[in-house]
Write a protein that binds this ligand. Sequence first.
Ligand code: MN
Length: 201
Amino acid sequence: MKFELPNLSYSYDALEPYIDARTMEIHHTKHHMAYTTNLNNALAELKDYPATMEEILSTISKYSMAVRNNGGGYFNHNLFWELLTAKSSKKPVGKLAEAIERDFGSFEAFREKFNTAAATRFGSGWAWLVSQNGKLVIGSTPNQDNPLMDISELKGNPVLALDVWEHAYYLKYQNRRPEYIEAFWNIINWEKANELYIKTL
Ligand code: MN
């Protein structure tokens, strides 16, 4: 069994001007593709492994660094693409909107906290909004780690994810990560985030 690079549900230029087409194309066809290929190569050396990435991630401490880095990279990008849309409501919806107000006080306060997590992740990594059985928590992980991994300090089910590796923004924003983070708020698929949240209740 092999993991496959998913097609995007939108074109590479759909998220302009917030994320440029060239970045999207390289990010998907080169970076995400490389994680996918390297994950399959690393798994091919094993006798046996679970059918889903979720199961592999939850016991990632038993695997090689190649499976951890590329499995995380494969899974995180699958999620990231689904959490982006050109037709963003620009504000949280449904049960997630209510939970954000409840757990952070306001959408603005939540945004500030998420921005800080994304901006202060040193080097490469991801910022996350996770659900811990319904309770929302913001944090970040290094490299391609994610909150489903047993080795992760931040634990929970991902609701929102932001790639803060330089490859995600450097062509357009160079070293200006905060501008990229600001742009992200215009293209979040809040319907998808709400769907992910509801599954954790
Ligand atoms: Mn990436």
